[in-house]
Every structure is written in C-alpha cells, then in structure tokens.
Design a protein around this ligand. Structure first.
Ligand SMILES: [Zn+2]
Length: 733
C-alpha cells in the first residue's frame, strides 16, 4: 500500500556527496576559516548533486503508508511505559531503523525519578452502612487481544504521593479556580474532603494542585461521557471510536518539567540530586487516582447537597449532578513506587554539507502509557519512515545545507523528561546553533489539521500545508481544507505556550523557534488501554494515509529549513501577533479596573512598532542578498544568524515571576493551567491573582504595589521585544 515507490526511473546517477567537514573541527575554526571552508565545500557540493528542490520533490513522492503501518505495529506490540524493559526494546528498534537507514545514530541515557503504582483501591461508604468498591479496571475487548495484555500498567496518576484517606465527597466540575469560586458561593467547603472532578479543561496536574490548594485531602478525576463518549448513539470502542465507559485516562500530575530531582540541571550520571521529600522538587501533595465514567457514576450517585449548576452536568446516567459534600464517604488508598530509573533518548544525525554547525531538530517521544498507537507512536512510526526516506535521498547524493537531527525522546509522559534533560544538558550549544525544533507527538487521531508554531514560522507551515494533499479531501491541499474549516477566526494558528509536549523546553526555556502539529482534533482513547494498533487501524487512520501526510509536512518543513539559503522566517507575523496579544491585555486590564495612572501599555506599543520596522528591514535585506546570493556567504550566514537568534531575545535570564525556569516572556504556561497558551504569562498571572484577591480568594489585594508589579512586567516584555528588534537589525546601538 505504498503511495508511490521511491527512486523509480530518470534519476540522477548515484553519487557520493563530497566529504563534509567534521563538526568538531568546524567548531574549533575561526569564523574566517569557517566561511572559507564552507565556500569550498559548497563548490564541491554543487558539482555532485541536483538542486535541493529536486530532492524535496523526491521526498514528497516517497511516502509509504505500508512502512508506517509496519513500524507502528512493531512499536505497539507491548505496552511500553518509560523505564520498563519494553520501552528499552522500542529504543533498540528506533536505533536499528535509524542505523539501517544509513544515518549516524547515538543515544543518551538519564537517571530520573519515575513512579509506578504498587496498589490502589477506592470504595464508597454509604450512610446506611453499605460499602461499594470501585472496579478501577478497563474492560478487555474480545476482538482486540491487546486489551488482555497482562503487562498493561494499572490506571494511576504518576507522581501521586502514597496515601490512605477517608472523607466525604465534593464535586468540583472541571476543578478550575472558577469552579471552586462557585462551590464557595454555594456554601460548599472542600476543606478536608475528597474532590471528584472531570477531565477536559485544564492540565490534570493543575486539577490536583487546585484541589490541594482548596484544602482537599485527596482527589479522583474521571472522563465524563459528555466529553469523551461522543453522542452516545454510536456506541463505544470497538463499535465506534469513542472511549468505553470503563476507559480511564492515565497521566502525570506533576506540574513542572523534567526530572523532579534535578530541577534546572541535567540528570547526567553522578549529577547533584535532590531527595524525594525536598520541597524544591514541587511534587504533588495529595493522593490522586484517575477513574472511569462507570466508577464515577457510583460516586456521583452517592453525593447529596444542592444541585450543581446546569453547565456542570455531564452525561453520566444520573437524575442530576450534585455538589455535596457527602453524605457518602470515599475511602481512597494509593501506594506508589517512586524510583530513580534510567531513560533513553535516541538520535540520528545528518551532517550538513555547508553549515554543519547549524541544526534543524525534529522530535517525537516514544514512551507511552499503554500501547501508544496514537500517543505517541504514530509520530514515532512517521519519524522512522521519514528517516528511511532521508537515507534514500542521501544515497542519491543529497546532503542538507545545515545539519538535521532526528530526536526520539523518552519519559515525555512523566514530565517531558527526556527532552527537558537533553535541552538542559545542551543548552548553550542549542542556544547558539539551533535553527528550529519541529515536534510531532500524536501524529494522527483522525481528520483535521491542527497546526501550532512560533509566529515567524507561520508562513512556512502554511506554504508546506499547501503542498500536501489532504487525504480526507482529495483534490484539496491540507491548507485549503484547514482554511475552509476555521472560518474567520482572527488567529487560527495555535501557539506553544502550554506544556503539552516536547516543544516546551525548546521554546519556553531555550527560546528556539518551533512547530507542533498533527491531524485529528478529538483523541477519544487518549492514555487508555484502547490506544492500540487496532483502534488506529480501524478508526484513527485505516489506510495510514493521514500519517503519510503528516510525514510529508514534517519532512518538507525540515528540508526547507535545512536547505534554504536564507531562512524562511517572517517576523512581521510575530509583530502582528504581539499586537493582538496587547489588544487582549488591554481588555483584561479594563475588566480588572486597572488604574490608568499606574498601568500603561504604551511601552508595548512602542516596542512592537520597533519590531515591525526591524522585520521589514531584515526582509528587505534578505531580498537583496537573495536566494541565489551564494557568493556572499558571510552576508548570508550573518543574516541567518540574526533570523534564528532573534527568538532567543524573547527569553530573559530571570524568567517568569515565580518560575525562573520558564525564560520566554511571551509564551509560557500560566499558574493555573499548564496546558494554557495565554500570551505574556507573567502579566496574565499577576492580573489574574489580583482579580482573585479582589474576590477574597487569596492574600493578594488590588493595591497600587500590585499594579506597579504589573507595570514592571509590561516593561520587561517590552524590553524583550526591543531586544528582538535589535537582533534582527544586527547592528550595535
Ligand atoms: Zn504524547
């Protein structure tokens, strides 16, 4: 079932690329020597190969759904949670495919804190004395043997502390701050209670943190059929794509990134390591267990008190949803094994022919909560098939201008650990030499393009999406289908401020331009036992054509970034987006009654105007230097350096207030939702905490000191934007 065969007829004769300069040698060279060397390599290169476009076309035509399906089948044979022998076996597989594709392969191990469930139980004690134990098991499906695999990890929340608690229950909707405000208004106090909350609106770690902050002693989180069960007339998997009522979303509840024992530094062998009970690890404080809709119904039936607001009602089979607390008592027991365990990142490197010390990185994680057919191994299978295609191009004489690194991360599910440790270890080299990072996590969960990027890459992502046919809309490109689906949304591209996947350390810590995309909008069996090969081959992507399309976009974006003489970065788009964020900020300030004498957004307007001018200046300069300006290597190199280094200038040594690890001042998580993609998170959090203070939710008050803090954060962002403009201009003041 291949799309088309690579390397059929009328190709160039096989020719070896000229010997590239060794990376380590280049690093030692003086800049002058570097330019001279690059010039000679370029001259030799041009004699032996076709123009990049020729190879890009070859790449595009070479996609093989058959290979992707085979890789996915292999990767999803066994469940492979990080730190298990089964996941080391998938690392071996990735290594062997990279190697047999003719790429330079290596791996890097880290020793990190992972957690596994030892035992768990939940029961409901009714007032009349009856005790109902919850099942805490997902139903096996006869036609899908994977679901009977005894190695599947029990349903649990990674990093939950061990605990034994019994308390009356309170229902907290999606567990957000505003939900607790409604509970408070209704006179329901979660202090000392066990909270039951729904998945779906905020990061599960924030659901647990906010419950702990509200005084709860334990929490259970469930997937309501309203959010995960479709319209409930189609049935559930295996009859439809929807999550069965016994399905459970596993997941981590840790709210920081990377190994908890090495916050901010890499977990290399013999590294400084905190102890597990050190508060600097910021590990979760209350025991937490994820449960199914089926089990949740047993708890919800036992809750009395006033009826919950209409919008809190889901689709459990109940007369109504009530707030509690009690009268039923929940008994929650959880025992965890917190253990330091090795994990393994695997890398394949294609050394650039002209600028081997400039890197385009592509990444995907490999570890999964269960089989990971959707999350993440559709992405891994696509990465492997892409490696094979690139290997074939190399055999045909192609070498990229810049180096390409394929990264396969481990322990993403726990806290983006593999990528974060690697970025922390290689921070300075990445800072000075990474052109962009291109992430794919869940490659496919169904139809529909879901693009996210830092704004200077918007144009490139759209351009490439317009070169790839939409497998669900023959005759239309992915871009055309996407435009038709988004209506007139002012900014349809998603941004990378949340912590949803491995792009986070690259963008938010190191300030590297990035993209993250896939096909499919609702991934119904996410982190459940049903995320297996059969689900994918039946519902997610029966012909694996969607995977091929994702591979085509991923690879082409990488090839354009690796081969373009002048990097296709557009900072006018960035300026435009920053202006949109200022509009949102001004609305937020108005709504919070910010005193106009103390808070002004003028510094932002001024710095964005500077950036706009600098963006126009460098675009003009790029045109002058021109795509064909090979004689002007110094100029090209310097222009490109300014283009990719400009993103770094959005970062700041001191980082976000209260969390200095997050250095990017425009894109980062907010304090109450690590999945959120709010812009200017430092400013947003201050205003939000003051609004909460005005409502009596915390100790902050709407004082002039706090508004001065807001103004200080506005100045910090403005200064960062000015720094970006300066880098783009490339001249000292
Ligand atoms: Zn994932």
């Amino acid at each position: 079932m291949e799309y088309s065969r690579l390397l059929s007829q009328n190709l160039l004769p096989l020719s070896k690329p000229s010997k590239p300069w060794s990376c380590s040698l280049i690093k030692l060279c003086t800049p002058l020597l570097l330019f001279t060397a690059a010039f000679f390599v370029l001259s030799a290169y041009k004699k032996s190969a076709a123009p990049p476009q020729y190879y890009h076309n070859l790449f595009l035509k070479a996609g093989s759904n058959d290979s992707i399906a085979k890789h996915l089948k292999k990767l999803t044979q066994e469940p492979h949670v990080a730190g298990t022998p089964e996941n080391f076996a998938t690392a071996d597989y990735v290594f062997s495919v990279f190697q047999s594709s003719g790429l330079d392969v290596h791996y890097r191990d880290y020793q990190v804190l992972l957690t596994y469930p030892l035992s768990r139980s939940i029961s409901v004690s009714l007032p009349e004395g009856e005790v109902i134990p919850l099942k805490l098991e997902e139903d096996r499906i006869e036609d899908d043997p994977s679901t009977s695999n005894p190695k599947v990890i029990p349903t649990f929340h990674a990093y939950s502390p061990s605990g034994n608690v019994s308390a009356s229950v309170v229902f907290a909707n999606y567990g957000r701050e505003q939900d607790y405000a409604i509970l408070r208004d209704a006179g329901v106090d979660p202090k000392g209670a066990i909270v039951i909350a729904k998945y779906g609106k905020i990061y599960r770690g924030d659901i647990v943190d906010l419950a702990a902050k509200a005084g709860a002693v334990g929490i259970v989180v469930y997937s309501d059929p309203e959010d995960y069960g479709g319209n409930r007339t189609q049935g559930y998997y295996p009859h439809s794509k929807w999550l069965p009522p016994s399905g459970v979303q596993r997941g981590s509840i840790y709210s920081e990134l990377g190994d908890p024992l090495t916050p901010g530094w890499p977990s290399v062998p013999d590294a400084e390591q905190l102890s597990v009970d050190d508060p600097r690890t910021k590990l979760p404080l209350i025991p937490s267990i994820p449960i199914s809709a089926e089990d949740a119904a047993l708890i919800m039936k036992s809750i009395g008190g006033s009826v919950a607001p209409a919008e809190w009602h889901g689709a459990l089979d109940l007369p109504d949803y009530r707030l509690g607390r009690g009268p039923a008592v929940l008994n929650l027991h959880y025992k965890s094994n917190h253990t330091v365990t090795p994990i393994r990142d695997v890398f394949a490197v294609i050394e650039g022919s002209e600028e081997p010390d400039r890197y385009v990185l592509l990444g995907n994680h490999r570890d999964a909560w269960t089989f990971g057919a959707g999350d993440p191994n559709g992405g891994t299978a696509t990465l492997l098939e892409m490696a094979q295609r690139l290997g074939k191009l190399i055999k045909r004489g192609w070498r990229p201008r810049r180096s390409i690194i394929l990264c396969n991360w481990d322990a993403e599910e726990y806290a983006l650990i593999g990528s974060t440790e690697w970025v922390e270890e290689n921070y300075d080299l990445l800072f000075s030499s990474a052109v962009a990072y291109l992430n794919v996590d869940v490659a496919v969960s169904g139809p529909g393009f879901d693009p996210n990027s830092t704004p200077q890459l918007d144009d490139l992502v759209k351009e490439i999406a317009n070169e790839v046919e939409d497998p669900d809309n023959p005759g239309k490109t992915i871009y055309e289908s996407w435009v038709a689906s988004i209506g007139d949304s002012p900014q349809p591209m998603g941004r990378l401020g949340g912590g949803g996947s491995d792009y986070a350390p690259f963008v938010q810590h190191a300030g590297i331009a990035a993209t993250d995309f896939g096909l499919g909008r609702d991934f119904t069996v996410y982190h459940s036992i049903y995320d297996d090969y059969m689900w994918m081959a039946t519902f997610g992507d029966p012909l694996f054509h969607r995977h091929v399309a994702v591979g085509a976009m991923w690879g082409l974006i990488a090839l354009k970034l690796a081969d373009a003489t002048i990097l296709p970065f557009n900072y006018s788009t960035y300026a435009h987006n920053l202006q949109l964020y200022v509009d949102v900020l001004e609305t937020q300030l108005k709504a919070s009654d910010a005193p106009s004498t103390r808070v002004s957004t003028l510094p932002l307007h001024k710095s964005i105007a500077e950036l706009r001018k600098a963006a126009e200046y460098i675009t003009k300069k790029a045109k002058e230097v021109g795509e064909g300006g090979n004689g002007e290597l110094k100029l090209i190199r310097s222009l490109n350096d300014h283009l990719f280094m400009a993103e770094r200038a959005f970062t700041d040594r001191e980082g976000l207030p209260g969390n200095p690890w997050y250095k990017h001042l425009v894109y980062g998580p907010t304090n109450t939702n690590k999945y959120g993609t709010t812009s200017f998170p430092g400013i947003y959090d201050l205003i939000a905490s003051m609004a909460a203070g005005a409502n009596g939710n915390n100790n902050n008050n709407n004082s002039s000191k706090s508004w001065d803090d807001v103004q200080h954060q506005i100045w910090r962002v403005s200064r960062a934007i000015r720094r970006v403009a300066l880098v783009l201009r490339g001249e000292f003041t």
